[in-house]
Design a protein around this ligand. Structure first.
Ligand SMILES: [Zn+2]
Length: 77
């Protein structure tokens, strides 16, 4: 068994994972604290009889920017 070269002729660089911007539903909102449009995170705030209320918070400073009420689908036939 011959001792091979210490280094391979080329190294395979693993792909960097992409930032998870595509997973965000709301693209970006204006944050008054950051004073610019920022990517937001969606957070479940309340579960109401008429639907679920979500909070949108800034992904940088975590301040609430907006909220949204998502109505549940009508499950009655
Ligand atoms: Zn912010």
């Amino acid at each position: 068994m011959r001792p091979g070269p210490s280094k391979p002729p080329f190294s395979i660089v693993p792909e960097k994972p992409r930032p998870d911007f595509q997973g965000l539903e709301a693209s970006s909102l204006f944050c008054p604290k950051c004073r610019k449009a920022v990517p937001v995170r969606k957070r479940l705030l309340l579960i109401l009889p008429e639907g679920e209320k979500f909070d949108y918070v800034c992904s940088f400073c975590s301040s609430p920017i907006g909220s949204k009420l998502e109505k549940e689908r009508d499950q009655s036939p």
